[in-house]
Design a protein around this ligand. Sequence first.
Ligand SMILES: NC(=O)c1ccc[n+]([C@@H]2O[C@H](COP(=O)([O-])OP(=O)(O)OC[C@H]3O[C@@H](n4cnc5c(N)ncnc54)[C@H](OP(=O)(O)O)[C@@H]3O)[C@@H](O)[C@H]2O)c1
Ligand SMILES: [Zn+2]
Ligand SMILES: [Zn+2]
Length: 347
Amino acid sequence: MRTTTGWQADPATRALRRTHLRRRDLRPDDVAIRVDYCGVCFSDLHALHAHEDNPDGALVPGHEFTGTVSEVGGAVTGFTTGDAVAVGNIVDSCGTCPMCRAGQENFCRDFPTLTYGGRDRRDGTTTLGGYSREYLVREKFAYHLPPGLDPAGAAPLLCAGVTVWEPLRALGVGPGSTVAVAGLGGLGHLAVKMAVALGATTSVLSRTPDKADEAHGLGADGFVVSTDAGQMEAVRDRFDVVIDTVSAPHDLTPYLRAVAMDGTLSHLGHLGPVTVNTTDLLIGRKKLSSAGSGGRTSTAAMLRFCAEHAITADIELLPSSQVNTALERLERNDVRYRFVLDMSDLD
Ligand SMILES: NC(=O)c1ccc[n+]([C@@H]2O[C@H](COP(=O)([O-])OP(=O)(O)OC[C@H]3O[C@@H](n4cnc5c(N)ncnc54)[C@H](OP(=O)(O)O)[C@@H]3O)[C@@H](O)[C@H]2O)c1
Ligand SMILES: [Zn+2]
Ligand SMILES: [Zn+2]
């Protein structure tokens, strides 16, 4: 076994504490990565809250990180020591099911192995995430970080970025499309940047009026205060695609009403049961969809696109020792627009 240092949930104190972690020995198809930067995703908060209620096993969050290859296994062909790499929230899949064969490892029928809180397919151990100084991953699930992308700002592309990229692409967003992004947070601000770069006319639907200037700065043409019924009525049947990244359970009705005829509401944020009045779908033949994470092919394509269009997250970089502050502030919606942890203080 190898050892490293990271931030592990402590249900007794409801905080993360610095501790030594055990990592597997390097396998022939593994790359070992020195984790340099790890983004703080709202899903980490969901996972921490679930763990507080049911503290079963160790939890080390973190599933969007960039770093440097420190060692490669004997069968690795795509990476060498010193390469800049990125890892997202999937670190393995069955590789043989129709979804995996179609390049959608994120939808693996055998369920993809998650970067943390997943079950390693070979030794059955629980995966521990990127809030740590070292991570070991099959080379198939590591991505070259294109030159020119700032490694700290690029870390959130690996979860927040690809989660909005896949539906934008699958729904054919491009020049002439009208897109609205509901919830201007980590996912939302990257959705705005990507939709704008794809050529769409893009608006933000936000409950936070203070974000209007920043939304325009990100390239959005429109800004709608989602809690203002009059403003929402004014955009009724307006958008080909609404990307919903709201992190709390919420009524989909106002967002469905903003979708244009034959358009789609892509519900990516808080996952779980929702109630839909089918009349809101019937009127305008509207569609309700969801998505999450990305397959290997589209993750690599997303990184190339972001390099070409100079897209990274707008981040607040903190030393990893401030991880608990980052999580508290994220929960209060007090971040513009993604916390990224600098892991170098774990040496
Ligand atoms: N599908 C997937 O695979 C996937 C992947 C990653 C994350 N997620 C989920 O996506 C959600 C967003 O994640 P994130 O990291 O982008 O979070 P985030 O940075 O906190 O952004 C969420 C945004 O939603 C809005 N919001 C928050 N609470 C709200 C409420 N009660 N009512 C209305 N709007 C609210 C806020 O935007 P405004 O201030 O602009 O209203 C907030 O900035 C989380 O639930 C996360 O777990 C899903
Ligand atoms: Zn995430
Ligand atoms: Zn599979």
